[in-house]
Design a protein around this ligand. Structure first.
Ligand code: PGA
Length: 252
């Protein structure tokens, strides 16, 4: 049972995990989903170096592929970076922008995240823009204020619902096994929906808002049935096909 709204998306963020040996997991997932009627889009976001191999494993399946990050320029002197155009050419349809680990480990600001989202749009990719408060911000009652600031700073006003996804990921819930209560999730998602109307106008209504942070098979039904929760961004539980399937099943 899932909440009403745009077609949901369940995206698996592999982070810095993935190897040739791990290709068996998406292969397994594609086989398991072959005859399943899905009410959501399913996506995996592997590290850039194995994108092409994952793409060939997913050939003929309904699973889409996304990148984890991109530079905002299409090409140039940016050692170590990949552009949205490169991701597109590797078979991606989307890219994550501004994940909290990028914001923390690489000092990414809202301004940079907005440029990355624009880069994604320029290349024809969907931008999965991540936002979320720290534990300190949550404890001091600043969650909605932080989320508003990040949305205004990171979401381009010309964004369309078709090419934009927001992922609400409380920093303290990522990889910790902790999650906000369901009323807390519903409160933040309703707030995001309202803010998106101010930023994107009518397009805000159909924009998917994912919840991310310790989503697993045992809590997926409850989290995904909250109003304005249009899917999940999944880290740890997306690495094993069986676990990821346990979450995707919410939408079968
Ligand atoms: P997690 O990560 O599911 O391992 O908590 C979520 C994310 O960072 O996208």
């Amino acid at each position: 049972m899932a909440s009403e709204g745009p077609r949901p998306l369940v995206a698996g963020n592999w982070k810095m995990n993935g190897s040739v040996a791990m290709l068996k997991e998406p292969r397994l997932l594609a086989a398991m989903l072959k005859d399943v009627k899905l009410k959501a889009d399913v996506m995996v976001c592997p590290p850039a170096v194995i994108l092409r191999r994952v793409k060939s494993v997913l050939k003929g399946s309904k699973i889409k592929m996304g990148g984890q990050d991109c530079h905002w320029n299409p090409a140039g002197a940016h050692t170590g970076d990949v552009s949205a155009e490169m991701l597109k050419e590797s078979g991606c349809t989307a890219v994550i922008a501004g994940h909290s680990e990028r914001r923390t480990n690489h000092a990414e600001t809202d301004e940079m995240v907005m440029k990355k989202a624009r880069g994604a749009h320029r290349a024809g990719l969907t931008a999965i823009i991540c936002i979320g408060e720290t534990l300190e911000e949550r404890k001091s009652g600043k969650t909605l204020e932080v989320v508003s600031r990040q949305l205004k700073g990171s979401v381009p006003e010309e964004s369309t619902a078709a090419k934009t996804v927001i992922a609400y990921e409380p920093v303290w819930a990522i990889g910790t096994g902790l999650t906000p209560t369901t009323p807390e999730v519903a409160e933040v998602h309703a707030h995001i929906r309202a803010e998106l109307a101010g930023i994107m106008g009518a397009e805000g209504k159909g924009t998917r808002i994912l919840y991310g942070g310790s989503v697993k098979p045992s809590n997926a039904v409850e989290l995904m049935s909250q109003p304005n929760v249009n899917g999940a961004l999944v880290g740890g539980a997306s690495l094993k096909a069986a676990d990821f399937l346990g979450i995707i099943k919410v939408y079968t």
